[in-house]
Design a binder for this molecule. Structure first.
Ligand code: NAD
Ligand code: UD1
Length: 337
């Protein structure tokens, strides 16, 4: 029996593949490589000593996806595949709706056809929009502020409807907070091409010398030190959350959402200071204007995942800073030679 990972060559998918392989699961990866590299799959093979069944396909192509299900004994799916750049989604909304939603519908048809009934979906804390308060519970009001977020919102609904219609499916929606870090081996990590939008990839590019300094977007927010507060979670903890969800899904019928976060907020300057201290490296920064659309503070309430999935985030901010730098330092150009 294998777990199919759509988008399994990407940042979170590759870390989840690694944890699954380490725990003895068989995995099959289907990824178009539109935002990732086959090098990640090769490194997974080196790290685990196992051959990985890999299909370079766009999962919207139903015929090719069918072949993946025909050629493998798949019993569950973790669905990472999709486009994820928030800014780009506002410029190209149709591309985001088309890609993310069509991919999910194509996947559901294939699952129906091949009688696969368990799916874990990569949702996002972005579905909470501007939250009324933190820590945010799963039943908080949901509203999105960009097309990327709406695709997550809509896919959650599509999967819930599919669970209701089929009657015997298990649909687990995982709402990630801010994943950072990398596997402790330093072999796989977040490989962002171009200038990053997110904070940690920007910090590591400053650390490696690709970018001159970090721009801190505002220090007049209503937070501990005026800079934005987020719930950073180590990607390896997040990866283990998928295993907990897959195990839970074995005896569960219906649909259920879980926050995957630490429940703790960390400000931009707290993260920068932790990075400098743990890695003994200077990160020059300048305070600049607020980034439009940013909110002051949000962090999740992970108690439902703690209780129901028996999952806890183990790594702290120092681990996240050390492991993010470890990957960047070993791979200054990411997966490129
Ligand atoms: P990623 O871009 O590294 O991984 C996504 C993978 O999907 C890539 O390897 C890409 O090549 C592949 N892909 C995209 N469209 C495809 C298609 N139509 N067919 C086949 N493969 C396709 O992103 P990630 O950070 O690993 O995120 C994984 C999932 O988690 C995404 O759905 C993302 O929206 C969600 N998520 C990410 C974050 C984050 O901060 N990284 C936060 C919340 C949710
Ligand atoms: C972003 C996405 C969100 C997604 C989340 C996790 C936007 C508007 N939102 O949110 O949808 O779910 O990532 O992937 O892109 N910061 C700086 N300088 C930088 C970069 C960031 O000061 O160069 C600050 C931001 O103002 C924020 C914090 O760092 O306070 C975190 O930013 P970021 O990593 O982009 O994450 P989110 O804002 O949570």
């Amino acid at each position: 029996m294998s777990v199919l990972l759509t988008g399994g060559a990407g940042y979170i998918g590759s870390h989840t593949a690694l944890e699954l392989l380490r725990e003895g699961y068989d995995v099959v990866i289907a990824d178009s490589l539109i935002n990732s590299s086959y090098e990640a799959v090769k490194r997974l093979e080196i790290l685990t000593g196992k051959d990985i069944k890999f299909y370079q396909i766009d999962i919207r192509d139903g015929e090719k996806l069918d072949k993946v299900f025909e050629e493998n004994d798949i019993d569950s799916v973790v669905h990472f595949a999709g486009l994820k750049a928030v800014g780009e989604s506002s410029v190209k909304p149709l591309l985001y709706y088309e890609t993310n939603i069509d991919a999910t519908i194509s996947l559901c048809y294939a699952m129906e056809k091949h009688n696969v009934k368990r799916i874990v979906f990569s949702s996002s804390a972005t579905v909470y929009g501007v939250p009324d308060f933190s820590p945010i519970p799963e039943d908080a009001r949901r509203y999105c502020s960009n097309p990327y977020g709406w695709t997550k919102y809509m896919i959650e609904q599509i999967l819930r409807d599919e669970a209701t219609a089929r009657g015997d499916w298990s649909v687990i929606l995982l709402r990630y907070f801010n994943p950072i870090g990398a596997d402790a081996s330093g072999m796989i990590g977040e490989d962002q091409s171009g200038i990053p939008n997110n904070l940690m990839p920007y910090i590591t590019k400053v650390a490696v010398g690709t970018l001159p300094y970090l721009r801190v977007f505002g220090n007049d927010y209503n937070t501990v030190d005026g800079t934005g507060v987020r719930d950073y979670i180590h990607v390896s903890d997040l990866a283990r959350g998928h295993i907990a969800a897959l195990e839970y899904g074995k005896d569960f019928v219906g649909s259920e959402a879980f926050n995957l976060g630490t429940g703790k907020g960390t400000s931009v300057l707290q993260l920068v200071n932790a990075f400098m201290k743990v890695n003994n490296i200077d990160i020059p920064y300048k305070i600049v204007e607020r980034r439009p659309g940013d909110i002051d503070e949000y962090y999740g309430d992970p108690s439902k995942a703690n209780k129901v999935l028996n999952w806890y985030a183990k790594h702290d901010i120092e681990d996240m800073c050390r492991d993010s730098w470890n990957f960047q330092k070993n791979n200054p150009n990411g997966y490129k030679e």
